[in-house]
Design a protein around this ligand. Structure first.
Ligand SMILES: *Cc1c(COP(=O)(O)O)cnc(C)c1O
Length: 454
């Protein structure tokens, strides 16, 4: 059978044999069940087509490209930050050729992998030293375990955050072997609350950036400089978990303000932790910067070895950090910032380029229109501030009974496309936020719509 031969050439003998076997079982069952099947079900072309479809399905990778039109730019479920071209090239090199991951080219002796990014991190943040682990949750865990083991860590009750995905400050603290000493109240914590909590058992004062919510109204929190001064009077270190931690002043790009590690360090904070793949726009990583003696203690822990990152991460991270040396070009060079600062006119152009094709495709099944909306930064950054954007609003034509089902079917049909399109359902409509659909992807988006099956 010629069709099978070409499948063997494409997919290999073993996968084809396995598919044929499992299809045999299905066909036998269909034949004996005696249901009304289309007359050509057991014809050779029909079987060959089913075999081909089965092989295509099983050879498709699990990790697939999608269109993230949810309106959340740093979407944790969709891989957060997108890497710039330069980082991609650096990763390919690191993956395909030997590299000096732990080899000092000057002395010809064993090197320290953190040295690959430490100089850049210190230059950009003003820190004395830096180290990198698998993600920011690991960074917080490792720092707490090193600096606060079996002793008390003082935190404001207003900052006992849950980030989602099981990162909760009290739990991390317990797992890291520290005793949580909570002070103040949910909405107000004062310097004297910290001062009264300090004792011989205290190891560390901790401040957590309340990244995914905002406490508003009658509130008070202790500013970093005051907290640092108090800690240092008692010979204690202060640590700040910044969460997102961008390295530039976002206000210069018209974005809401977000604290930076350099500000915290200038305020006298001893250790700052932040993510690599949130606003920084790099690979998944947890970055710890700060005082040299404390970083040295952190790096000596066996736990650091367990949480270390691989050469691909260092390659991508170094490359992204280098972009920060040239802030003027950052909004073009760094995809995360490019999407965050994308001009409204460009979003509008993309939306208009797409609208007729989507309208044609859904013709009598749904009304399709453009509507202003707001994108979110995501990953717990800047919780209350959203960015004006434009979305395609798809409202099913059916009203009343069946409307909800129709809406779900539309959402699912977009998800079933070869490059799944992920939007969101809100107020009885399916929304596709155009902010994250860059112009060079419009062709791909429109091109696959002929495979849309409702
Ligand atoms: C996101 C976040 C974390 C966890 O960082 P990951 O890199 O996702 O592990 C920890 N603390 C804060 C405040 C965060 O916002």
């Amino acid at each position: 059978m010629g069709a099978t031969q070409s499948l063997i050439t494409e997919y290999g003998r073993t996968p084809v044999v396995m598919s044929v076997r499992s299809m045999h079982a299905v066909l036998r069952e269909e034949a004996t069940r005696g249901d009304a099947l289309p007359p050509d079900t057991f014809s050779e072309p029909a079987i060959a087509a089913r075999l081909k479809a089965a092989l295509e399905r099983s050879s498709r990778p699990s990790l697939r490209t999608v269109f993230n039109l949810t309106g959340t730019i740093l979407h944790t479920n969709m891989g957060r930050a997108l890497m710039p071209e330069a980082a991609v090239a650096a990763v390919i090199n690191a993956m395909t050729r030997p590299c000096n991951l732990e080899y000092d080219l000057d002395s010809g002796a064993r090197g320290d992998r953190d040295a690959l990014v430490e100089t850049l991190l210190c230059e950009l943040t003003g820190a004395e030293a830096a180290t990198v682990v698998n993600n920011n949750a690991a960074a917080v865990f490792l720092a707490l375990n090193t600096l606060g083991l079996r002793r008390e860590v003082v935190v404001s009750r207003g900052e006992l955050v849950e980030i989602g995905g099981a990162f909760r400050v009290p739990d991390i603290m317990a797992r890291a072997g520290c005793r949580l000493k909570e002070v103040g109240t949910t909405n107000r914590t004062h310097l004297k609350d910290f001062a009264e909590a300090i004792s011989a058992k205290t190891a560390l004062l901790l401040k957590v950036h309340t990244s995914n919510y905002a406490i508003q109204g009658f509130t008070a929190a202790v500013a970093e400089p005051a907290l640092a001064e108090l800690a240092h009077e008692h010979d204690l270190p202060v640590m700040v978990d910044l969460g997102s931690g961008t390295l530039v002043d976002l206000e210069q790009f018209g974005l809401p303000k977000e604290p930076t590690p350099q500000e915290s360090l200038r305020h006298g904070v001893d250790i700052v932790t932040f993510s690599g793949d949130k606003l920084l726009g790099g690979p998944q990583a947890g970055i710890i910067v700060g005082r040299k003696d404390l970083i040295a203690r952190i790096k000596k822990k066996p736990l650091k070895r367990a949480l270390r990152v691989d050469k691909m991460t260092y390659a991508a991270l170094e490359s992204v950090l280098r972009l920060y040396r040239d802030p003027e070009r950052l909004t073009q060079a760094l995809p995360t910032l490019r999407l965050l600062t994308r001009p409204q006119a460009e979003i509008e152009r993309t939306a208009n380029a797409l609208l007729p094709a989507v309208q044609r495709m859904l013709a009598d099944k749904a009304s399709v229109a453009l509507k202003p909306c707001h994108s979110q930064i995501g990953s717990g950054s800047l919780p209350v501030d959203t960015l004006p954007s434009l979305c395609i609003v798809i409202t099913p034509t059916v009203k009343g009974k069946g409307e909800g089902t129709a809406l779900k079917k539309i959402e699912q049909a977009f998800r079933n496309l070869p490059v799944p399109v992920i939007g969101r359902i809100a107020e009885g409509a399916f929304l596709l936020d155009m902010r994250c659909l860059e112009e060079d992807r419009v062709g791909e988006f429109v091109g696959q719509l002929e495979q849309f099956r409702l």
